[in-house]
Design a protein. Structure first.
Length: 152
């Protein structure tokens, strides 16, 4: 089983979008029993809140539900629990490195390392949930293809 964690600042926009997009792809590939998928925040700002209405609306357009999701905070113990921890931007990576006291097992990466490189823009500021979805979807598709090689 591969354990994947998606991380952003508040766990209400980008990381839950990535969590549920990736869950949907894994389900459609018939690989649900091969993955544990979660998302978390580097901050405590939104703890307990549901995904942003823009995230919910964008996911709904693609027939993906994020029902029941509530923002949680990343914990130091998550480093040992997860095989791959994917941040949405460099600030997330910096915060994770601080929390984890480094990345000795090379588990921490940017999600867009699996597509065009760079960062997933935060729709909290831009309001552009469609571009965020497209960036996340492409990276998650490539991530799944990459990880299929490891589970066979």
């Amino acid at each position: 089983m591969l354990r994947i964690m998606f991380v952003c600042l508040g766990n209400i926009c980008r990381s839950p979008m990535a969590e549920f997009v990736f869950r949907d792809m894994v389900k459609k590939a018939g690989l649900e029993d091969q993955f544990e998928i979660a998302s978390a925040a580097t901050s405590a700002w939104e703890l307990g809140n549901p995904p942003h209405y823009g995230t919910q609306a964008e996911l709904k357009k693609h027939n993906i539900s994020c029902s029941g999701k509530r923002a949680v905070r990343l914990k130091q113990s998550d480093y040992d629990k997860y095989d791959l921890i994917l941040g949405m931007d460099r600030e997330n990576i910096r915060d994770m490195m601080r929390l984890f006291s480094g990345d000795s097992e090379k588990k921490v990466r940017l999600l867009k390392d699996y597509s065009t490189g760079g960062e997933v823009d935060d729709p909290w500021y831009s309001g552009d949930f469609t571009t965020t979805y497209n960036d996340i979807s492409q990276a998650c598709k490539n991530l799944l293809e990459n990880l299929k090689q490891k589970i066979k």
